[in-house]
Design a protein around this ligand. Sequence first.
Ligand SMILES: [Zn+2]
Length: 260
Amino acid sequence: MNTRHLLPSLLAALLFLGGCYTVPETGRSSFIIPLGDDVALGAAAFAEVKAKEKISDNPIATERVQRIGKRIAAAVGDALPGAKWEFVVFEAPKTVNAFALPGGKVGVYSGLLDLAESDDEVAIVMGHEIGHVTARHGAERMTQGVIAAGVGVALDSATKDSKNHDLLLAGYGLAAGGGMLAFSRAHESEADFIGLRYAAKAGYNPMAAITFWRKMAKTGSGPKMPAFLSTHPSHERRIADLQGWMPQVLPLYEKAKLRY
Ligand SMILES: [Zn+2]
């Protein structure tokens, strides 16, 4: 059966389901077609990662990440409705990496904890990853993909849970087995900004973003450059942006510091 003539009306129907989302901390309006229960899919994807990767048995590292995570979660507030926060350290000393999934699921690889000497630096990276989630960058990217790919694929994906799940993983760049994500440069920059604000509101020094990314730039120049570096904005650009945002985030930090 030829269904091609139905596609325009189906696409119109899908677009009708979409809505505007206001990104927390930046106020940007994005257009998102809901393709499923993000929170449930995020939890399922996280369970899968936990089953596949080695969970750290280092109590100090685990306590550290959970302590930082809880403070950032408090700074996020109700920007992530339905979140059941979970912070897990994965044992992978060579992986300088972290990720976050919808529903407040956050994974940190032990290699990141080795590179990030201070809690402030860990908070910057976790804030960035959580920023991608509260900004719903994965859903926005999937929406753009759906519109680009046409309704045939979209409808198929939207009606089958397992496919939807794969789509979510792909949207978060996890299909290839975890790792920092290949979002667009605009999304990366927005996550930097949001993450900086979350870290500052959680009482972590936002200046740590500068020291951390300088360190990453040095790591990246070596022969074992992590793959994700190539998809992220250049370090110079990123550091310049972060420096430009300091005057507005440092007061948040000064205020929050008194509470912690
Ligand atoms: Zn990112």
